[in-house]
Every structure is written in structure tokens, then in C-alpha cells.
Design a protein around this ligand. Sequence first.
Ligand SMILES: NC(=O)c1ccc[n+]([C@@H]2O[C@H](COP(=O)([O-])OP(=O)(O)OC[C@H]3O[C@@H](n4cnc5c(N)ncnc54)[C@H](OP(=O)(O)O)[C@@H]3O)[C@@H](O)[C@H]2O)c1
Length: 399
Amino acid sequence: MLAGGSLPAAKNGLVNNSPAPHEQRARIQSPPRVRVRPDRYSLSARAKAPSFPGIRKTTVFDTVAVLGATGAVGRIMLQLLEERELPVQNWRFLASARSAGKQLTFMGREFHIEELTTGSFAGVDLVLASTPDDVAREFLPAAVAAGATVIDESGYWRMNPEVALVIPEVNPEAALSARGMIASPNCSTTQMVMALKPLHDAARVRRVVVSTYQATSGAGLQGTEDLKAGSRAWLDGKDYRCEAFAHPIAFNAIPQIGSFRDEGYTSEELKMVYETRKILGDESILISPTCVRIPVANCHSECITVETERPVCPAEARELFAAFPGITVQDDAEAGLYPLPSLCDGRDEVFIGRIRRDLSHPNGLNFWCVSDNLRKGAATNAVQIAELLARHRAGQSAG
Ligand SMILES: NC(=O)c1ccc[n+]([C@@H]2O[C@H](COP(=O)([O-])OP(=O)(O)OC[C@H]3O[C@@H](n4cnc5c(N)ncnc54)[C@H](OP(=O)(O)O)[C@@H]3O)[C@@H](O)[C@H]2O)c1
């Protein structure tokens, strides 16, 4: 097992059974260190639409705590929660002692950021958590013990057998039968599994070879700062010491994300192997990953080669991808149309292009896949899980 200690029993048993405009973004009122994304790419009209037309008037969650509200993922989470209008009565915002007492604006109201302690979760129904692994390890069991459902972005709990690992478009049932803790997958895993799922359902995926080209925002606010400050220093001929990366990221490519583990693979690469198998419920899928950090601000790109049990031609693959919720196909070689990180930034979908047969294998398919790691790779997925639980609970109380 890669990570994960033991969880206290969820107070509410099967947690989900207890009834329980992007532009108007949440602002943290100490100057943010970076602005991650250019606004002009932000938000399709679809993303602005409230996603709870049916149950908007019903409060499903009394109190929701956003833990890690000041971080790269947490800030996007706040934008999404404003846009999508989860039915919630009370909100609380938690972070470290560094942020405690600062104010943020959310849905037009001012809130104080609270310091996380083990006593923070009394009376909280749902925790949306995006902190470093060690914080998740130390504090989230207290949230479950206090009766909250936790949706965790960190890597710590994902492979724990008691924890559901969920992409709502792929394995929603796992969220609905979860006990206390639900993990959101690693960002590079999520977009790949979104792409694999329709192929797996149609033709059973046997083997995957994937190379990632990962954005600096994947390493949090400090990653983006290292890209910006490091690029400025490089252009000025000065030294800059990265804090989030082992080597300078400006004008560079670093074939190491996470720490080195078994057989020369990194922790990020092994996450792609084990998390994919857990989400798809298929331990037989063979995966050979290489994860690379590149000097792109936001959106991870992946070059994926898939071998299926029977051949899937590019035309069929295009149809399968296009029919899958959350995937947008951008694939017109003549028009020069394929997914670009700069254009996928701020979008909730997984984008796929360059779909072509693998010249080296009759059952092989190659494609290019790009997604906003802070959105579908993190915050969007977590909020979608919360929406899934809300719909389920609203359905139960209506029934
Ligand atoms: N970035 C991505 O693309 C991405 C994608 C998927 C998953 N994730 C995972 O999501 C988590 C957060 O990532 P991030 O990119 O948002 O990192 P980040 O920008 O560094 O933000 C970290 C957040 O955790 C809070 N925090 C740190 N130590 C804390 C403590 N002792 N007590 C309470 N809060 C604490 C920080 O609060 P302060 O501001 O007060 O320090 C901040 O809100 C990580 O586990 C990461 O692996 C990230």
C-alpha cells in the first residue's frame, strides 16, 4: 500500500445515507502571491450555470468546511462553489496558523479564515480538504470521528482500502457507499482515467504507456511562484533557487515529480499506476508512466498510448470519447486543432486530440490529453463528488 493509516469509524455509518460567477471570485484579503490563470480563458457559460436547479432551495448540508482554502486548489474550489451553488447553510474556511484571522470574500460575504485544529470539525457535515499529505494524515481522522464526510485532495488516504477513490463520471457508486472518507485522485491520474474509461468499457484496456507534461501549478502556489520568479531571474541572467522543484523549472524539463520509489519510478508515476487500477476496479491493467514537470503555468498534458483487447480505430475512439461526459474532443489535424494547455486553462473538461492508430501495434491507439489540473484534476472533481452526495441525500429525503 502506498499510503494511508487507519480511520476511525464514521459516526454516521454509511455517510451518504444520513440526511443530512467565477468573475465574482472569492478574494483572500492579503495580496495573493500569484494569479494562476489569465481571466480571458476562464469559464465557459456552461460552467457558470448553477448545477442544482432542482434542489437549490433545499439545504442538504448544514455546515461545510473548506480546508486549505488559501491554497492553489482551495482558491479554485471557492470559485467553483460560488459558481455551482451547492445547497449549504453555513460555510467555514480553514487553513494553517499562517492564514488564521485573514479575511476572504465568498458569495459576497466576509469570512475569517480559521486555524485548523483537531477540534475544528464539531458540527461540520462535509469537509472539502486540500492540504499537504501530512496535514491530511494528522487531522482528517478527527473530521471523520466528528461525523463529517471528508472529500480529500491529498495523496495520503487514496490507496487506503477503507477510502473510496472517486471520479464521478467513472465510479460514482464508490462515493455513495463510502464510509466517512472519499479521496479525489491525483491530477494526472484523473484526466488519464477519464480518457481510459470509455475505451475500457468498449474494448478493455490491457496496457497503457503514458508520458506527462505537468504544469507548475500542480506543485501549489509555490510551484507557480518558482516558474514566474525563476523565469524572470533566467531572463535577467540571475540565480533563482526553486523551492517546489529539485531543479530550475524555467526553460527546463524535469523528469522527476515526487520522490523516487521502487525500480526507479517516482511517487507521482506510481500513483498513476495504483490509483488507475483502484478507480477502474481492474488490477490487470499494465501501466508504464513517465512524469515530467515543464514550464507551463497551468494544465497538465499527457501523451497516452493504449493497447486494448480488440482494435479500436481512431474514428471509433473519437465517438467513444465524444459520448463520454466531461470529455471534449478537439481533433482536426488539417485545421491545426488539438488541445493546448493555454486554451484548456479554466475549463472543467478533459480535452483529447491527436487521436491516431499506434503504428507499432495492431491494437494500439495514441492520443494527446490536456486538462486543468486545478479544476478537473482537483477542485472540480471534489465539488462534483459533493454534488453527487447532495443529489443522493436530497433524493433520499424527498423519497
Ligand atoms: N495543485 C494541484 O494541481 C493539485 C491537484 C490534485 C491534488 N492536489 C493536492 O491538493 C493538496 C493541496 O495542494 P495545493 O496545490 O493547493 O497546495 P498549496 O497551494 O501549497 O496550498 C496548501 C494549502 O494547505 C494549507 N495548509 C498547509 N499546512 C497546513 C496546516 N498545518 N494546517 C492547515 N492548513 C495547512 C495551506 O494553508 P496556508 O495558506 O495557511 O499555508 C494552503 O491552504 C495537496 O495535497 C496536493 O497534492 C493538488
